[in-house]
Design a binder for this molecule. Structure first.
Ligand SMILES: Cc1cc2nc3c(=O)[nH]c(=O)nc-3n(C[C@H](O)[C@H](O)[C@H](O)COP(=O)(O)O)c2cc1C
Length: 212
């Protein structure tokens, strides 16, 4: 029976970029992760993995890598001399949309576990000219898994933010984390919100709904 509870959660959720320092209870985090296991995936392979970055040492290394990455980009643009606006944007995306993740009490990096070749990879190897890319299905799976995560967190009273911008500043995330069997796709913050952002505008149904 439709009681509007889910609709309320969906509409109330915002991307949170300021967190209280106190960490959420571990049982809550487990509950959220458990919700992600119920996400659909191709042939139910359940390929999504959540790596929680707890080690101060690794967080520091990651932060330094991002700071160096940003400086490298700015330097490259300096030598090209004509990208003032892009330089400004790089600074904004670094300062406003990336480094806040280190102030979140819980930080995940989320990705797809690499597996040995299955049916789809063998199809691809056979070069049959099929216009189907396995990566699409796996990327969709990450999206759905994260959707379960952020909505469950909202339902429990926690804030989240999905981040992909940090990868602009990171050279080799697998090497940095010493994890080589996961294709990382995004970072994900979690904690008690310390802000209530105004909801950004949404497009209308007529813009997104196309009948042919
Ligand atoms: C795939 C994806 C990547 C995103 N990357 C970032 C990011 O790197 N940094 C950031 O601050 N927000 C990021 N966001 C959050 C969006 O900016 C946010 O969802 C959007 O502005 C709508 O706001 P809302 O989530 O509060 O409704 C990302 C969201 C998605 C779905």
């Amino acid at each position: 029976m439709f009681n509007g509870q889910l609709e309320k959660i969906i509409k109330k959720r915002r991307s949170i970029r300021r967190y209280r320092p106190d960490p959420p209870p571990e049982e809550w985090i487990e509950k959220i992760l458990l919700a992600t296991t119920w996400a659909p995936s191709p042939s139910n392979i359940q390929p999504i993995r959540y790596v929680r970055i707890e080690s101060k040492n690794i967080r520091e290394k990651l932060k330094n890598e991002m700071a160096c990455g940003k400086e490298k980009l700015l330097k490259k643009l300096d030598t090209l001399n004509s990208f003032e606006k892009l330089k400004k944007w790089i600074k904004i995306y670094y300062n406003r949309y990336s480094i806040f993740m280190f102030d979140a009490p819980v930080l995940f990096v989320v990705g797809i576990q690499k597996k040995e070749k299955g049916f789809y990879e063998k199809l691809k190897d056979a070069k049959l000219g099929i216009n189907y890319h396995r990566d699409w299905a796996l990327d969709i799976s990450v999206g759905i898994s994260i959707c379960h995560f952020i909505l469950m967190a909202e339902a429990i009273g926690l804030g989240t933010c999905v981040l992909t911008t940090p990868f602009i500043f990171i050279d080799d995330i697998n090497k940095l984390l010493c994890v080589d069997n996961i294709n990382f796709k995004c970072f994900l913050t979690l904690g008690f919100p310390d802000e209530s952002p105004y909801p950004p505008e949404r497009i209308s149904i007529s813009d997104l709904y196309i009948q042919i």
